[in-house]
Design a protein around this ligand. Structure first.
Ligand code: IPM
Ligand code: MN
Length: 370
């Protein structure tokens, strides 16, 4: 059995707590010969800043580059609000994304049947929801230069961020969108602001051209990003794959998360280009939720997004489709039994903590493994 090398980066806040549940799951899978995983751990974010005065070290970057997949928790928290911008906790995550060239961020928003009532939207709007937000992750305003604050000398300062996209960046993310759609319900909705932004004009043009050239069989629709946000909460089931830029994708995926009941439910995969020689790709898997400093250290966090992110690693990095399906089934079965962390509990529901949720999911794995 080929062994898979994982770099675990738990990070800050609830990151280490939810990562502990993935570690349990990995140990369980190793013990049951369901894959063979070797893990190493590293520091990222504020916890790395405390130890090394940077948000990720070069040594950890090297380990990330040579791992078969990086499993990432979360970074940030009020403790590091005052640290220099260049070494703020989030910079470690952004460096990983940029240097590993993880340009395609898949954020599936799936509403588990048992949770349709946990959403802030009506049950009939979200029941059976299964959409994919595909976010461009290495370009746009997150990385565009100049990115500055200048003192104008008259008591005023000027802040500049730069939104920049080249044709190739838009084309490669659009290609991922069309390929994903072909394996789903064959529809892509592209979201930008071509009515205000030049990058939106080019985005629209490049998606349209690629569609005409290579993907005529896929249904393509364009939507302005603001209208798209509105449609996501008005009638989310109209979508299949939504492809959008880095900043809009950040916002729209948080919106989509609430359709599934909680930010604690949304997993994500960040993927690079497939290496034609090795047929493998750089990858990082992380929950969409942040470090939740308000509940950190209390054992209350929902580990499902983290565990589901690990399932995405099996699916997208290791081709372990059966095992990935099994984890997702175990999550669904746990929820069907009414087991809830506080973030997905209804009025009067009994709630469990992080470790109990992790244990319950592993117990379902036992059952499914027979
Ligand atoms: C996300 C997060 C990050 C982002 C932060 C932590 C830098 O919000 O992954 O959605 O803005 O991309
Ligand atoms: Mn975000």
């Amino acid at each position: 059995m080929a062994s898979h090398k994982l770099l675990l980066l738990p990070g800050d806040g609830i990151g280490p707590e939810v990562m502990a549940e993935v570690k349990k799951l990995i140990a369980w899978m190793n013990a049951h010969k369901m894959g063979s995983f070797e893990t190493e751990e590293g520091l990222v974010g504020g916890s790395c800043y405390d130890a090394h005065k940077v948000s990720i070290t070069d040594a950890t970057m090297e380990k990330a580059a040579s791992a078969d997949a990086v499993i990432f928790g979360s970074v940030g928290g009020p403790k590091w609000d005052g640290v220099p911008y260049e070494v703020r906790p989030e910079a470690g995550l952004l460096r990983l994304r940029k240097e590993l060239q993880l340009y395609a961020n898949l954020r599936p928003a799936v509403t588990y049947p048992a949770l349709a009532d946990a959403s802030s939207l009506k049950r009939e709007l979200v029941e059976g929801l299964d959409i994919m937000i595909l976010r461009e992750l290495t370009g746009g305003v997150y990385f565009g230069e100049p990115k500055t604050i200048t003192d104008l000398g008259n008591g005023q300062k000027r802040a500049v961020d730069t939104q920049v996209y080249d044709t190739y960046e838009i084309e490669r993310i659009s290609r991922v969108a069309f390929e994903l759609a072909r394996k789903r319900r064959n529809k892509v909705t592209s979201m930008e602001k071509r009515n205000v932004m030049k990058s939106g004009v080019l985005w629209n043009e490049v998606v349209t051209d690629l569609h005409k050239r290579e993907y005529k069989d896929v249904q393509l629709e364009h939507m302005l990003a603001d209208a798209g946000g509105m449609q996501l909460v008005r009638n989310p089931k109209q979508f299949d794959v939504i492809v959008t830029d880095n900043l809009f994708g950040d916002m729209l995926s948080d919106v989509a998360a609430m359709l599934t009941g909680s930010l604690g439910m949304l997993a994500s995969a960040s993927l690079g280009e497939v290496n034609p020689k090795t047929k493998t790709r750089k990858s990082l898997y992380e929950p969409v939720h942040g470090s939740a400093p308000d509940i950190a250290g209390k054992g209350l966090a929902n580990p499902i997004a983290m565990i589901a992110s690990f399932a995405m690693a099996l699916r997208y990095s290791f081709g372990m489709i059966k095992e990935a399906d099994m984890i997702e089934k175990a999550i669904a079965a746990t929820l069907d039994k009414g087991i809830r962390t506080a973030d997905i509990a209804g009025k009067g529901d009994k709630t469990v903590g992080t470790t109990q949720m992790g244990d319950a999911i592993i117990a379902e794995m036992e059952t499914l493994a027979g």
